[in-house]
Write a protein of this length. Structure first.
Length: 194
């Protein structure tokens, strides 16, 4: 019964966004892919296994090509870490006390992450999420296989299945803004949609 509800969520989100619905198979959930400019933004659920235990995650990924080696991770304080820390990254205070108190920001380029988070709408959309982990990742879908050299994903994940259309719309808006900002900063290329 729960699977049908999830299918309906992705189908409904697809209708709302004009995206492409893909029916899941085997252990892959249904998904919605939204084409934005020349990027794809993919929403789905992922089951993370740890031994005999599993937990459902909501994830959003957008494949990107980096012009530079700019990487970052933004997550809530107290968020249980499920991915490895970025090499060469350091904790950064961005200069907005409410945001700095609520989130840990790691990056290998302090100037660029501060530039990205200077955008008030991006900060506000990140703050609107109860649980946040957003990053530039070199692993497909955050937990799958290593991406080919030079390919990365702007990635988001949260514990549980987000089935609120308004929250999904806010995440879509956040991804669009971040992709635009990263492109303006000359950190990413326009990615041809395949």
């Amino acid at each position: 019964m729960k699977q049908n509800q999830n299918s309906n969520i992705w189908q409904e989100f697809t209708k709302e966004t004009g995206g492409i619905f893909t029916e899941g198979y085997s252990w892959n959930s249904d998904s919605t892919t939204i084409e934005y400019k020349q990027w794809k933004i993919i929403f789905d659920y992922y089951t993370l296994w740890s031994g005999k235990y599993s937990s459902k995650m909501t994830r959003v990924v957008a494949p990107i090509l980096l012009n530079d080696n700019f990487k970052f991770e933004i997550y809530n304080e107290g968020f249980i870490r499920k991915v490895e820390k970025l090499f060469g990254a350091q904790d950064i205070q961005i200069g907005y006390s409410d945001f700095d108190n609520a989130f840990t920001v790691k990056s290998n380029n302090e100037f660029k992450i501060k530039t990205l988070l200077r955008n008030k709408e991006i900060r506000s959309l990140i703050e609107s999420q109860k649980i946040t982990n957003i990053q530039i990742c070199s692993i497909k879908g955050i937990w799958e296989e290593e991406l080919p050299k030079g390919e990365y994903e702007l990635s988001y994940f949260a514990d549980g299945e987000i089935d609120n259309l308004e929250v999904l719309q806010l995440l879509l808006q956040l991804f669009k803004l971040m992709l635009d900002e990263l492109f303006q900063m000359n950190s990413i290329n326009k990615m041809q949609i395949k």
